[in-house]
Design a protein around this ligand. Structure first.
Ligand code: FES
Length: 265
């Protein structure tokens, strides 16, 4: 018969401390902020994804709805591959890719394991769960698909960059114009690239599994750049989350005529 040794604070060799934590600082503040911001983002993005309207005002398209693959995309550039209805809006067909990319992201995993599952809520604070199985079994073993979502994310970045370039046209399709919406889409695309290129999987893809960097100077150079970006991955994760929500909000405001797009030239 095999017995399983207790893990976590009950593991053999761990100090016997009854208190949940000896920390006296406000260690709960960070997980609380993370929880609040992520819940707000989930509520906002869910409402907008199911709204199925006001996501396009020439030449701007919301990043929540691009690429538009459904038949109900109205005047937005689209491929009528799927039907759309009240539930299956054009956003629902594509949401799994950016959502899966962020859900399986190494940084977000840390953030939501701490803030939603309290596992653990902070460093040197005991978690409420008695067992710890890591990510080695169902369902968390599926976190390993992250690298495939990374590839999908690159495709989305290309498409959203293309959308930003197209926004240098005016509503009649003439090039050489720029509005505040163009800047919003450009910044969003740039932050999404920084988020993707600073990804841990990206770092492994460009520089992993090599025994000798000296024999692969180009990959070493890429790895050096990605490693530098990687140290700021958390910042890019948050900045791109805000920018994608703001870009959608901006298009929503312009599409509903709440305010007019500010034209620079
Ligand atoms: S680790 Fe965060 S996107 Fe890959």
């Amino acid at each position: 018969m095999t017995t399983t040794a207790p893990a976590g604070t009950g593991a053999p060799g761990r100090a016997r401390i009854e208190a949940k934590t000896l920390r006296t600082d406000r260690w709960w503040l960070q997980p609380l902020i993370t929880f609040t911001v992520l819940v707000l983002f989930i509520i906002y993005s869910t409402i907008r994804a199911f709204m199925g309207s006001h996501y396009f005002r020439d030449p701007y398209i919301s990043p929540f709805y691009s690429p538009c693959l459904a038949s109900g995309c109205g005047p937005a550039p689209h491929l009528s591959i799927f039907p759309s209805n009240a539930f299956f809006t054009p956003a629902i067909y594509i949401l799994i890719f950016p959502l899966g990319f962020r859900l399986t992201c190494y940084y977000y995993r840390k953030a939501y394991y701490r803030s939603f599952w309290l596992s653990p809520p902070a460093c040197a604070v005991a978690e409420p769960h008695s067992r710890y199985t890591g990510e080695t079994r169902f369902p968390l073993i599926f976190q390993n698909v992250h690298r495939y979502f990374f590839y999908a994310g690159l495709v989305f970045n290309l498409i959203l960059t293309y959308d930003a370039v197209l926004s240098f046209r005016d509503a009649s399709g003439a090039w050489g114009h720029m509005g505040l919406g163009t800047l919003v889409l450009l910044i969003n695309a740039g932050l999404l690239w920084l988020y993707s290129l600073s990804c841990h999987s990206c770092r492994h893809i460009v520089g992993g599994r090599l025994n000798h960097f000296s024999r692969h100077p180009l990959r070493y150079r890429f790895w050096t750049v990605v490693s530098r970006l990687n140290t700021n991955h958390m910042k890019f994760a948050w900045a791109s989350l805000f920018s994608v929500a703001f870009a959608d909000f901006y298009v929503f405001m312009v599409a509903t005529n709440t305010f007019s797009d500010l034209r620079f030239f």
